[in-house]
Structure formats: structure tokens, C-alpha cells
Design a protein around this ligand. Structure first.
Ligand code: DGJ
Length: 702
């Protein structure tokens, strides 16, 4: 619900509230963010005067959207240059319009016809608010936007916050960390063109919450390109966080009467600690972000032969895997890299999206028919944004890649980045990909992207070249949108050398992410754990492969239990698996199918942590109606003195329901109240111990 009273705006969700107000001097300032307090008086708070000649009052404001101008020295959301050389922007409240759960607040520069509209939408049931910004140039000259954050958020009070993000790298994505921000700024960002593997475009802020209790504030940017999250604490000892397009090497020339939309940010507050954050974003993603076509459908169990065959795919070796895949219950059979152009390794072929006739003499149809006859859908890998210099495409159009004059392009993985801001590049990609989808019964695309952008020059953009980071991203998602509209039965997975494209911008066009090329089950525990903080379970593909942990053979049970914590998939060389291994796989896949609605759509709890729970890692999923639950326990290492001493507390069950489940080989019935409070005892007799516990509510006879 949104209420306006005397120029004070109250944005209420079921449990939270966000308040800002127009101050007597016309500035718009945040007044409150936290638990719901209703539409009360007391706002706006009184702005005080300058603290001295070095600390102007502006730096003590909590501006809802700050522009660089006047005596403002803290990080600002918007910075522009006018055509006459003026770089000073003075925004004041102009008007607002309120329509149900959406609110637009308009600010205007004091002199120039530059309008800034702040858009807000409240999602009461989700305890989430989304905001975005449009800047409109109504002057007769162009205006250069040098920075445009999507949101400024002010954390309450003056005590320092612990700010959380992830610090990752290829094969080690999503490793969580936090720092206490005492003074200065903390920046999480990408300058690589995509979100990349390092930081993630979000923050969580708290002052001592635990996994299950305590106040936590969070926000995520719904954008998939260069981003910047900047948390700062200055002389006022207040913490503010800006989220938006990275201003590094960025400028956007706004022509007269043109507008620029900054991507949305969604944000929220919870009193339930980190699990409250995870469940709020998990539910919000399911309800409002996932592409609609597949949002309510569970993801199928897929098989991908990349780790088994790498680039050497052909009609014989792919067909040879089909029956084993079908027998174990695979629903989607995916062929990865290597099927097109002159692709034998990563040095050639990218850009030539035509079937390699040496490998597939009769095209893809025979393989797809074979897969379909075995009862599975067929999926295909592509990497459309890239080109190898050794390709027909590059030979014909060397000027279709980003480049700077008088510079050699730096190759990474022997490839270059296509200039998607060129219409002809977009049309070429659309023509190739739509022909592939039209001519073949393809139901899934794994959309890869394997390098950071460098030499990011786009001569076609003239003076507006620094906008290429933003325009590339916009063109990419327009292309995806075009394909999704024409082929609504096709689902898309976002892959970027593993988890380089995990963000909420991508989740508008992709149905799932590939979180890491590291498919080793023990390493995956930490990657999945970090991922689960802010990203939805359903979107997380997880493969069972043959890779061992530090050369140790990890039991298949452990690998399956680990991969069942997301969208279960298989990526091992199933042509070489023994009969026993294939049977084991079939059992786990059948079990997964029987509980995947709980895993993919349920609430999620991290109930035991490797570091704090004696080497035990356990997660639990609970259906929204609380009638079903699944707990998955992994103990990669055990110590002799701990083996008989393990305890596990469950979470999130309905106190008043009774649940049936198997524990230590025995079928038990316990109330939710018991299970939520009394730890269950168990033993781990060996390294790589794994358990999957399914709990079902028992019908009560009244
Ligand atoms: C990187 C991806 O992350 C892998 O899964 C695989 O698709 C390779 N690219 C193929 O080149």
C-alpha cells in the first residue's frame, strides 16, 4: 500500500515500511526504512544547518535521489553536463502521481528542463519494493549523463553496518564475505561488460543478525552489465548505498527530448536474519522476476555431455549417450560446444552458427529425432556474442567486433566480442539463431559468454561510445526478447564461463543460471551456499559429474545429494558409468522428481554450516503450505570424536502439523513444534556422508 499525506510518502508492505518526504526546501529525503510502523506523523524530520564551512548540511541529508550539484561531497546518484558547460545539477520536487501500488515522483532541475522521475512499485505480499529512474532531457541541447545510479538507499541510524557481498573467481564463484564499514566507501563492481565472477550486484547490511533472526536490509540491481554497488559512511556517520550502472568509462549522451531509463533495483527488510533475506528474494524472484513462460514449471533434469566429450561431439558419440540418459530418467538432452562451424577446439568457429557437416552429415535432425524417440527434449549450446578470428564471420566482417583505432585487440580464449550495438550484428545473430530454432526441434538453449570485454570501442556510436556498455546490454536482452517471443516453448540458461552472469537482470530473460564450471561436489557446497544467499534455488543448475575432490573419488550418492540442492542435472560421461552407477542415478533422479517442487519452489533454510557445525552442511526446503519438506545433509569430512555426536535442528515447519519421515532407518512421526525445536541425533561414520530426508505432513483425523 502507498499513502501520501502532506507530501510524506508511506510505502508499506505486509511487514515492512519505507518512508520519504518532501522537505520545506524542496529536497526529497528518506525518513525511515524498517519494520512496519503505519501511516504516522512526525515526518519530515528537521534538517539542521551547516556543521561548518567543511561540512555543509547537504552532506547530512538522506536524499532519496541525490544529484551532484551545490555543496554535495558524498557519492551522488546522478551527474550530468549541460551543453553550456554547466555541470551543476539542482533537483527539487515537482509533482507526484500515485496509482494503487505504484508511485512516480518527479524532480526537476531549478533552471534546465531536465526531469527525473523516480518510479516505485510495492509488492505487499513479498515484502519487497522496486524502484527505478527515468531521466528526460527537455532542453533543446544534448545533456551528457556521466553517472546514473538506480537507487540510493539509506540505512537507519548511525552505527556502522556489516556489509555483505560475494568475492568470486572463475570456478570459485559466489564466495560470501562481509566487512564492517566504519568510514569511507566499499565498492562492489564489474568492469568486464557482464556481471562477471567477482562481486554480485547486490548488498545485504546488518548489525549482528544470525541465520534466523535479526534485522537485515538488502537490495539487488536488476541489470546484467557493468554495475557498481557503493556503500559509504562519511562525516554524518550514516551509511548509504548506491546501486546502478557502473560509472567507470560510462557516459550517455541524451539528445533533446530523449529519455534514459536506469535499470530497476528491488529492496527489502527482514527481522528473520539471512534466511529471511534468502526467502524474501527467492519468493520475489519466483513470483515476479522469472520469465513467465516457465516461471511455474519445475525445471527438467538435464544431461549435458560437455565434461564427457568437450569439443569432440559428433552424431555417433552423441547418439551413443541417448539411451543411458533416457534410462536414468533424464528429461532434456543437451549438446554443448563443438557442433558448428570449424569448431574442434576453442580457437575456431565461433560466429558460424551452422551445423558442422563433418560431425553431423545430415544436420541435427537425426540426433534430435533419436533424443525425442527416447522421450527427451533436445537442447543446444551457443555463444552468440562472440567470434573467433578464425571463422567465416570474422573473415567477412572484421569490423563487427569492438575495437579501438591503432590498437590490436586482445584475444581471450581466442575470441573477440561482437559489437551488438550494430543493427547488422543483431540481425545476423537473430537470423542464425531463429533459423536454428525454426528448423530443429530445440527446447532449450544454453547461452554462453566466455570472455571479458576489452578495447570496447564502437565507432558506429560516434561521440556516444562510452554508452556501449549499456547499449550492448540493452541489445543483448532485446535479441533474447525477440527470440523468446517467437519461440515461447524454448527455455534459456545463462552461462558465462560458469557463473559470470548471475544477476537479476539476466533472470528477466533466462530461466536458469549455470553457477560454476566447477562441478566438484565438495567445492560446490560453498559455491551453492554463497549463491543461496541472494539467488533463487530454482534457477541454479547443478550437475553430477565424474570430477573428484583433490583426486579423491567422491561417492555418487554424495554427488547426487549435492546436485539435488538445485535443478538436478547430470554432466558425467554416462557412456562409461557401470550398470550399478546408472541404477543409482535412476533412483536419485526418480527421488528428485518426486520432491523437486518443494526444492525449486519452497522456502529455503541453511540449517548447518561447514565452518560452524563441525563439518556438516545441511539445507532444508519447505513447501509454502508447509505440508512437505526436504532436508539434504552433507558431511564431506568427519572426525573420529565427532562421528557419534551429531545433532541437527530443522526449521520452518508448521508447529501444529505432524510430519512423517525416515531417520536413522526408522519411520518417525513428530510434530512440527518438536522438529523446529528439538535437535535430531545421528552418526556420520565416514567421510562423504550424505542423507536426504523427506518429511510429509500426516493427515490429522479430527
Ligand atoms: C564454458 C561453460 O561454462 C561450460 O559449461 C561449457 O559450455 C564451455 N564453455 C564450452 O565451451
Amino acid at each position: 500500500m502507498i499513502t501520501e499525506k502532506n507530501n510524506v510518502f508511506y510505502l508499506e508492505t505486509q511487514n515492512t515500511e519505507y518512508i520519504f518526504a518532501v522537505h520545506p526546501n524542496g529536497t526529497l529525503q528518506n525518513e525511515y526504512w524498517g519494520a512496519r510502523i503505519g501511516v504516522c506523523g512526525g515526518f519530515p524530520g528537521k534538517p539542521s544547518g551547516d556543521r561548518g564551512s567543511n561540512d555543509p548540511v547537504e552532506d547530512f541529508y538522506t536524499e532519496e535521489y541525490s544529484a551532484w550539484g551545490g555543496a554535495r561531497f558524498k557519492e551522488c546518484a546522478l551527474k550530468v553536463s549541460f551543453a553550456d558547460g554547466n555541470r551543476d545539477l539542482k533537483l527539487h520536487f515537482a509533482s507526484f502521481s500515485l496509482n494503487g501500488e505504484t508511485l512516480d515522483v518527479v524532480l526537476k532541475d531549478d533552471f534546465y528542463a531536465l526531469w527525473v522521475t523516480l518510479h516505485y512499485t510495492v509488492f505487499p505480499q513479498n515484502d519487497v519494493i522496486r524502484r527505478s529512474v527515468t531521466v528526460k532531457n527537455e532542453t533543446e541541447n544534448s545533456v551528457t549523463v556521466e553517472r546514473i545510479a538506480s537507487a540510493v538507499l539509506h540505512l537507519p541510524g548511525k552505527r556502522p553496518f556489516h556489509i555483505h557481498n560475494v568475492s568470486g573467481a572463475w570456478s570459485g564463484e559466489q564466495q560470501p564475505f562481509s566487512e564492517t564499514l566504519q568510514s569511507g566507501s566499499m565498492i562492489f563492481e564489474s568492469r568486464k561488460g557482464s556481471t562477471a565472477h567477482g562481486n554480485s550486484p547486490y548488498f545485504i547490511a546488518e548489525q549482528g543478525c544470525t541465520e534466523f533472526s535479526g534485522d537485515a536490509y538488502f537490495a539487488a540491481l536488476e541489470y546484467s552489465g557493468n554495475f557498481k554497488v557503493c556503500a559509504s559512511r562519511g562525516a554524518d556517520h550514516r551509511t548509504q548505498v548506491l546501486l546502478g550502472i557502473n560509472d567507470f568509462d560510462f557516459a550517455y549522451i541524451l539528445d533533446p527530448h530523449a529519455a534514459l531509463d536506469a535499470p530497476p533495483v528491488f529492496f527489502g527488510f527482514t527481522e528473520q536474519g539471512f534466511s529471511g533475506v534468502s526467502n524474501t528474494v527467492n519468493r520475489f524472484a519466483l513470483d515476479h522476476i522469472f520469465p513467465k513462460a516457465f516461471a511455474e514449471k519445475p525445471l527438467p533434469v538435464l544431461y549435458n555431455s560437455w565434461e564427457a566429450l568437450e569439443f569432440s561431439v559428433n552424431i555417433e558419440n552423441q547418439t551413443a549417450l541417448v539411451q543411458n540418459a533416457a534410462d536414468m530418467g533424464i528429461e532434456l538432452f543437451v549438446m554443448d560446444d563443438g557442433w558448428f562451424g570449424a569448431r574442434k577446439n576453442d580457437r575456431a568457429g565461433l560466429g558460424d552458427w551452422f551445423v558442422n557437416r563433418e560431425k553431423f552429415p545430415d544436420g541435427l535432425t537425426p540426433l534430435i529425432d533419436c533424443v525425442n524417440r527416447a522421450g527427451m527434449d533436445f537442447g543446444l549450446w551457443v555463444e552468440p556474442e562472440m567470434v573467433n578470428p578464425d571463422s567465416d564471420l570474422y573473415r567477412a566482417h572484421p569490423d563487427w567486433v569492438y575495437h579501438f583505432p591503432n590498437r590490436e585487440n586482445r584475444l581471450l580464449r581466442s575470441q573477440l566480442v561482437l559489437n551488438l550495438t550494430l543493427d547488422e550484428v543483431q540481425d545476423y545473430l537473430y537470423d542464425c539463431l531463429s533459423a536454428l530454432l525454426r528448423e530443429n526441434n530445440i527446447r532449450y538453449i544454453k547461452w554462453d559468454m566466455n570472455r571479458a570485454y576489452s578495447e570496447a570501442g564502437a565507432p558506429n556510436l560516434g561521440d556516444n561510445q562510452k554508452a556501449m556498455w549499456y547499449l550492448h546490454n540493452r541489445a543483448l536482452f532485446a535479441l533474447l526478447e525477440r527470440l523468446r517471443t517467437e519461440f515461447p516453448a524454448v527455455s534459456f540458461e545463462a552461462c558465462a564461463s560458469g557463473g559470470g552472469r548471475i544477476d537479476y537482470g539476466a533472470l528477466h530473460a533466462f530461466d536458469m543460471y549455470w553457477p560454476s564450471d566447477n562441478t566438484e561436489a565438495v567445492d560446490r557446497i560453498r559455491i551453492q551456499n554463497g549463491y543461496s544467499r541472494m539467488y533463487p534455488t530454482k534457477a541454479m543448475r547443478a550437475w553430477v559429474t565424474d570430477i573428484g575432490w583433490n583426486a579423491l573419488r567422491v561417492p555418487l550418492d554424495f554427488r547426487f545429494a549435492c546436485a539435488m540442492r538445485g535443478a538436478l542435472s547430470v554432466g558425467g560421461n554416462i557412456g562409461k558409468w557401470s550398470k550399478e552407477e546408472l541404477d543409482t542415478a535412476a533412483q536419485y533422479i526418480a527421488l528428485y522428481k518426486s520432491v523437486r517442487d518443494v526444492i525449486q519452489f519452497g522456502d529455503f533454510y541453511r540449517i548447518a554450516d561447514l565452518d560452524t557445525d563441525e563439518g556438516l552442511n545441511a539445507v532444508q526446503y519447505v513447501s509454502r503450505d508447509k505440508t512437505r519438506s526436504v532436508a539434504i545433509l552433507l558431511t564431506p569430512f568427519t572426525q573420529f570424536h565427532l562421528q557419534k555426536e551429531r545433532l541437527l535442528s530443522l526449521r520452518g515447519l508448521d508447529d501444529h502439523k505432524t510430519y512423517r519421515f525416515t531417520w536413522n532407518g526408522e519411520t518417525l512421526e513428530r510434530t512440527g513444534a518438536f522438529l523446529n525445536h528439538v535437535p535430531l541425533a545421528f552418526e556420520t561414520k565416514r567421510t562423504f556422508d550424505s542423507r536426504i530426508v523427506v518429511l510429509e505432513a500426516v493427515e490429522q483425523s479430527s
